[in-house]
Design a protein around this ligand. Sequence first.
Ligand code: ATP
Length: 240
Amino acid sequence: MAGLLATEGLTTGYGRIEVIHELSLGVPEGSVVALLGANGAGKTTTLRAIAGTLPVWRGGVYVDGARIDGRSAFEIAAMGLTLIPEGRGIFPGLTVDENLEIAANAARAGDGRLRDGRRRRVLQMFPRLEERIEQRAGTLSGGEQQMLALSRAFLATPRVLLLDEISMGLAPRVVEQLFESVSALRDEGLTIVLVEQYLTYALELADICYVLAKGKVVFAGEPAELRNSNTLASSYLGSA
Ligand code: ATP
């Protein structure tokens, strides 16, 4: 299996219904991998199985070649796989500052100076958050909450960031800003797996794309190949 993160023959589902069938994918270190596909194709389910919030039925998930499926979601997060789920994952009742503080304290890299440096970097990347540092997170706009979720994830010094439709429910202008932030995170060397409906941004950012349909990989390759493949785009991606 290739890459920092990989799945081999990953099979899972809900109750007795198998939703993901023998899915294999590889995520090289420092790359952005996009998981694409129509609604219900199984993108979120794949991320959940990788992150350990859904049990793997058959096959495996590997980090640096070592098998990690079967471990708890907590253990997997502690190994540096950070999932930002649809719906964000911030503490709405706490201030922006407190949200960042908690993430920094939970970081794998315990070095205080490194943490302070990362925090400064985050506030440079997201100046809007600095302006709202004492504001309760629940009172931020949707886009700002998503920026806070990304900042928290960055502070947690992940090895792989798993982003599940971070653009969900946001205005196009806000989505554009958000993708600039994701691009900045990529430039920091982060490895990112991205589930996204906004095809244009996903294809711009990604090094490798996987298109899923009915829980199977129907395309794996570079964005340029996918762009040139009209049939695939129209069959599996709808009008996104
Ligand atoms: P979307 O873009 O709509 O989120 P997706 O590609 O992420 O789509 P999944 O959410 O992974 O798709 O769903 C894959 C399949 O699993 C769908 O048929 C869906 O109905 C089913 N499914 C998802 N969540 C559950 C659940 N909690 N219980 C039962 N079935 C589910």
